[in-house]
Design a protein around this ligand. Structure first.
Ligand code: G16
Ligand code: MG
Length: 211
């Protein structure tokens, strides 16, 4: 039935939540704005500037556009630096087996991520050459829940949207798939930050008879 599977990156292939959290926290502390892991959960799949807008809901003053750009850059510089610590060990359990199952059955695989850092992340985890196409924050105008990132990925593969399945961890991503006329599969990654262990339990239990 499906000719291609389009994978979200953060929260599906690996988790960068903790890296994002620490970088946003550094900014929030600098600005004296309250920020915690629960608020961080709301940033899943949301673009950088929209994430900043969520953080600024708690701010006591108004910021100018230039100040917002400076804050997003400050966060991203710290975030990029911390991504140096990413290794192939960060890839969720079961991901490679699942990808091997798909490609072994002639199903094509691509990335559809909101992140402008997606290619750097893929290089860090040793998966830059794994996917046939990479559609990310650098080739879109509108981020999820707009379907653009997934429609571009389908276009790169020359596969019709109706023949694509989207795998996502975020509500914004599922909404994007629906808006793009694609089927979607929600997975939820369980990360234990303190123990530094990661697993995406659902990806291992996906019913493979749907392919
Ligand atoms: C990811 C994350 C979001 C992040 C966004 C933009 O999306 O889930 O938390 O805000 O990318 O990231 P960047 O600041 O690196 O451009 P996805 O779509 O891969 O889950
Ligand atoms: Mg995600």
């Amino acid at each position: 039935k499906y000719e291609a599977v389009l994978f979200d990156l953060d929260g599906v292939i690996l988790s960068t939540d903790d890296f994002h959290y620490k970088a946003w926290k550094k900014l929030a502390d600098r600005e004296g704005i309250y920020f915690d892991r629960e608020i961080n959960e709301r940033l899943r799949g949301v673009s950088r500037m929209e994430s900043l807008a969520i953080i600024l809901e708690r701010a006591e003053k108004e910021y100018t556009e230039d100040e917002k750009i400076e804050m997003a850059t400050f966060k991203n510089d710290f975030y990029r630096e911390s991504l140096q610590d990413l290794t192939p060990d960060h890839v969720f359990e079961g991901v490679k087996d699942f990808l091997g199952f798909l490609t072994g059955n002639g199903i094509r695989i691509a990335i559809g991520s909101s992140s402008k850092n997606a290619k750097f992340i893929l290089k860090q985890i040793g998966m830059f050459d794994t996917f046939e196409a990479i559609s990310d924050g650098t080739n879109i105008e509108n981020s999820k829940p707009d379907p653009e990132v997934f429609l571009k990925a389908a276009e790169m593969l020359s596969v019709a949207p109706e023949k694509c399945l989207v795998v996502e961890d975020a509500e914004a991503g599922i909404d994007a798939a629906v808006a793009g006329n694609m089927d979607s599969l929600g997975v939820y990654a369980v990360c234990e930050y303190d123990k530094n262990t990661y697993s995406a339990r659902d990806i291992q239990s996906v019913d493979r008879s749907i392919f």
